[in-house]
Every structure is written in C-alpha cells, then in structure tokens.
Write a protein that binds this ligand. Structure first.
Ligand SMILES: NC(=O)C1=CN([C@@H]2O[C@H](COP(=O)(O)OP(=O)(O)OC[C@H]3O[C@@H](n4cnc5c(N)ncnc54)[C@H](OP(=O)(O)O)[C@@H]3O)[C@@H](O)[C@H]2O)C=CC1
Ligand SMILES: CC(=O)N[C@@H](CCC(=O)OP(=O)(O)O)C(=O)O
Length: 348
C-alpha cells in the first residue's frame, strides 16, 4: 500500500534509539512523525532536548496515550522490554502497524521470553503472529506483518555473519563461537554507573558471560537458519566507544577447502542493499559504518585451514536498532526498502 504521507508515532522519544529514529525519519520522504512520547519530558520540545534536531522537528513530547497513538498509521516502540506488549494489542486492533525495538516480540516461545526477561507475555496471541524483523531472512513475511519484533543489536551482527555458512550447511553447528564488542550507547541513555565515562574509558571488559539475554535470541535465529539444533558460545564485551558492534565469529568447516567462501558470501548478499561483503582478506571496522544502516562483513579462513572466521560490524543504533526498524517500516508499507537510509557513514 503506497501512501504519500504515513503518520508515525514514536513511543520512547528521549532514548538513544528514539532519537535515532527521529534523525532518520525527519528526512524520510513518506513518513511524518506526528507523535513523540516521553513521560519525564512531556511538554518539552524535542529540539530543546536534542539540539541536533533544531530546524528538523518542532514536535513536543507528550505522555504515551494509546488512544492518541491509534490515530497513527505506524508506531515504533523504542522503550524498555515490557512496554510494547502492553499497548500493541489496542494499536493492532485499530489497524496500526507496530514495530517494536525491544525484545517483546522477538521470541516465538513466550516461555523463553519469560525465562530471560522475567515477564509473563501480555499478549501471546499477538506474539504468535509477530514477525522477526531481520529483512535478509524474513523479507516476504515482514511486508505483510502487523507486528514486527526488531532484532537486538548483537543478534543482528551475529546472524548476518553466520547466515551464508549455516544456510549452505558448511560448518559444524555445535561449536559456534561469537566474540562480540559493543559501544556504550548499546546500554541506553538512562544514567547508570557502568555507563559513566570514568568507568568505561581506557578499558575493555567482558560481561554477561554466564548468560546474556541475546544468547537465546541468537540461538533461535541460527537454529532456523541451520534447520537443526546449534551450540553457541556468546561473549559480549563493552569497549570505550560510543557506537558500534564488532562480532568475530568462529565456525569449524565440515570439509576444509571444499567451498569458495568468499564467493558464497558475495552471492548470498549480492542483492541485499545493506550488507556489504568486503574483498577477501579485508578487515571491517566499526567507524566505517557509523551512522549508516550497513552491516559490513569479511570472511577469513584461519591458518589451520578448517576454522572460518567471519568479521561482522554494524552501528548498534542504526542497523542494530533504528535503521533496521525503518527498513522494516519501508517493507511493511510497500516502499523502497532503502528510503531514508541511504547516506555514507560518518568518518572519521
Ligand atoms: N541502545 C541500543 O543500541 C539498542 C537498544 N535496543 C532496544 O531498544 C529499546 C530502547 O533502547 P534505548 O533507546 O537504548 O533506551 P533508553 O533507555 O535510551 O530510552 C528508553 C525510552 O523509553 C521511554 N520509556 C521508559 N519506560 C517507559 C514506559 N514504561 N512506557 C513508555 N515509555 C517508556 C523513556 O522515556 P520516559 O521514561 O521519559 O517515558 C525513553 O524515551 C530497548 O528495548 C533496547 O533494549 C535494541 C537494539 C539496540
Ligand atoms: C553495551 C550494552 O549494554 N548493550 C546491551 C545490549 C543492547 C540492547 O539494547 O539490547 P536489545 O538489543 O536486546 O534491546 C546489553 O548488553 O544489554
């Protein structure tokens, strides 16, 4: 359905992903943001809180109100887990398409959601019809979805890195290792001790080694790609940068040397607008995708000849969150998938 203006609401407009949605949507040719919510900043103009939006957005924040949100064509939830699932049923009943950046609609099984997020799902029926918003895997289903569960940031980088290998059945699915690093904006804009400059700068640390909530999400996605159970070790690290995810992914080849891995990756992503496969032997870096919706990938074989090492980088706030959400929005409304999303990364 192609419309000249699509009315958009953003719930959680004061967070990092909400602000990034605004940055993208204010220059989108068909989307018009008509409602922006915040409980703490209600009444304040968005361009007062975010001076980078001066001249681009004159809206004021207002408290989240489902009835008012029902006047939108699409609503993005850039809120903590547990919020979207409370409001989505009324919106969907009113014909509003929902794109949730939290984990509320990412899991097929509400028991897995409960185990990792500690919440009973508020609308399991809607969860059952929600589509996981990774366009490179689910494009056709996203087009017709009423609710999209936008993937997490680490899961986006990891799944896109492993996808060609698992689809082709080339690697041992029991011994996958994802060694990942994230910038601090991944932790959100809320003030927290662990996100303070003096706690993060000039240091690097792993966290969540005993079980991070992105592990079950990645396992769910990789299992679907492989068509069988997989075994994954996933270790996230916090690094002193603002944006960016770097995933170093390991897998054991069933038949070393049997396949041209570079050709496999190039073929799989040839028609993907936002996946860029580097030339053989190259090393992507996070600053090369900063501010862009690109996932940049390089595939290597270790000197042992049988270990594949894939490097996958994204901007956590763009392809890892708000950019991917707009990519899904474009698909849902029958638009060119790249609208609002094509701009060169910011570098240096
Ligand atoms: N940061 C990242 O890199 C990524 C984040 N995500 C996910 O996106 C979501 C948003 O993340 P992020 O922008 O970093 O978070 P922030 O903490 O920066 O922002 C959260 C926003 O949600 C609003 N909010 C909080 N609680 C509620 C509530 N109960 N009802 C309505 N609004 C609420 C806040 O405003 P107020 O309190 O004023 O209402 C604020 O605007 C999270 O689920 C996160 O896990 C996903 C991928 C990457
Ligand atoms: C650096 C940092 O703290 N990153 C966050 C993940 C990013 C995120 O927001 O999680 P979702 O993608 O599931 O929404 C974390 O590890 O919890």
């Amino acid at each position: 359905m192609l419309r000249a203006v699509i009315k958009v609401g953003i719930v959680g407009g004061t967070g990092y992903t909400g602000a990034e949605l605004l940055r993208i949507l204010v220059r989108h040719p068909h989307a018009q943001v008509v409602m922006l919510t915040s409980r703490q900043e209600a009444g304040r103009r968005a361009d007062q809180l975010f001076p980078q939006l001066r001249g681009h957005c004159a809206l004021a924040f207002e408290p989240p109100d489902v009835t008012r949100l029902c006047a939108c064509d699409a609503v993005f939830f850039a809120t903590p887990h547990g919020t979207a699932m409370q409001m989505a049923p009324a919106l969907v009943d009113a014909g509003v398409r929902v794109i949730d950046l939290s984990a509320d609609f990412r899991f097929a099984d509400p028991a897995v959601f409960k185990r990792w997020y500690g919440l009973d799902h508020a609308c399991p029926q809607l969860l059952a019809e929600a589509v996981y918003g990774l366009p490179e895997v689910n494009r056709a289903r996203i087009r017709t979805a009423r609710v999209v569960g936008n993937p997490g940031c680490y899961p986006t980088a990891v799944q896109l890195g492993y996808l060609p290998l698992l689809e082709a059945g080339l690697v041992d699915c029991d011994t996958l290792i994802a060694d990942c690093k994230s910038g601090v904006s991944g932790a959100g804009r809320e003030a927290k001790l662990g996100s303070m400059f003096s706690e993060v700068a000039d240091s690097l640390k792993a966290y969540g080694v005993g079980g991070h909530r992105h592990w079950p999400e990645i396992v769910q996605g990789l299992t679907r790609m492989a068509g069988s159970a997989i075994g994954l070790s996933f270790v996230p690290h916090l690094v002193p940068m603002v944006r960016g995810i770097h995933a170093t992914l390991y897998a054991r080849l069933h038949r070393p040397g049997a396949a041209d891995l570079q050709a496999l990756f190039e073929r799989r992503y040839a028609s993907e607008p936002f996946v860029d496969v580097l030339a053989s032997g190259d090393h992507p870096e996070t600053r090369g995708v900063r501010g862009s919706n690109v996932c940049r990938i390089a595939v290597h074989v270790a000197p042992d000849g049988r270990t594949v090492i894939v490097l996958s980088v994204i901007d956590n706030l763009v392809k890892g969150a708000s950019g991917q959400a707009v990519q899904n929005f474009n698909l849902m409304f029958g638009l060119d998938e790249t609208l609002g999303l094509v701009s060169p990364p910011l570098s240096p």
